[in-house]
Design a protein around this ligand. Sequence first.
Ligand code: GCO
Ligand code: MG
Length: 408
Amino acid sequence: MKITDAKVFVGGPGKNYVTLKIMTDQGVFGLGDATLNNRETLPAAYLRDYLVPNLIGMDPRNSEDIWQFFYRGAYFRRGPIAMAAFGAIDMALWDIKGKLANMPLYQLFGGKSRDGAMVYAHATGADLPDLMDSVARYVDQGYKAVRVQCGIPAMPTTGYAVPEKTGGQGDFITDFSGIRPKIEIWDTDRYLRFMPTALAEIRDRFGPELKILHDVHHRLTPREAAAFAKEVEPVGLFWLEDPTPAEDQDALRLIRHHSTTPIAIGEVFNSVWDCNRLIEDELIDFIRIAVTYGGGITPVKRIVDLAGLHHVRTGFHGAPSHSPISMAAQHHLNAWAPNFGIQEYLVLGTPECDALFPSDHAMHDGMMQVSDAPGLGVDFDESEAARYDYKPGSHPVVRLEDGTMWHY
Ligand code: GCO
Ligand code: MG
């Protein structure tokens, strides 16, 4: 069996999804996602210029050897651009494998460990009453878990992932007006004075059953994060995410020594070598790596197994930047993983997105039900894809009030 061709598409409804389609001499094709938010053209170019020409002629069933060939063969290892490109190939090869076996991928991993996988939604508010309304809407829809982000009083600009105005909806991260980013102003003291009380009020209003998550988005120092994690212990958070910039694996030790609040880290990781100490030293509770820029199913499944040895559960990244293809890969891992924790999930389900990526994966009452279709269980409509082009966009960047650059 041979790979005969592979095509890369960039575009989508309100997103620049990077979609890889690998064709074979037996008519079976596989799909992969290489979307790297706001840097989408780079994994696409890596695929087109270097990887696809090497793929042609390879046996698509040898997904392990192909992964090693690209990873080891690159010589300069790791990094989100390369790993997103390898990830797309790996997903597509697993998709082909599942279609050849006529089985959904979770069966190839070891079958189902649960009926549905719990997801969390993003509740956001320009201020606390606005956030309460947003949480209530998700609770009414049956969600069991919500991530809560709120505008901070007296902060000079809107904060991370919150709407500018009350009732605002949507993706507050990418600004498609061009590649020059907007600037957000951050003040840690104002955040630390406000957020613990806000979290306590959310717990009071919604009671003990709701799983409440909060994303600090890398903005605190280890000492500040330790104090914050300790202060919010009575709220009983499901997790506190990215309390510090995640490159410094040892920083987590200070937080761990001062608090029992569960910690989730990893959405910016792309290798086991970014998180092996965090896992082996049991400094985190949830690993957030994504199948896309974690290099695909092959390496991420190994991270899940390592995590399972150390009481670390999964909480794969599921920001709207991931296409339904990599989300499907995660749905299959979530159905299988003995140490599954939760899945971040934003309803992509616009009619346009469903038309581009038809699938039977379905969300009911805050639980994801994995599709039983062979492979990943997602299709890609090329005639729909022809409607979209790449649109330049950017994340905001963050500065302190005196102009110092800070972590986004
Ligand atoms: C999350 C993340 C994202 C990131 C985004 C960056 O927890 O979902 O923090 O929203 O900001 O993926 O591209
Ligand atoms: Mg996050």
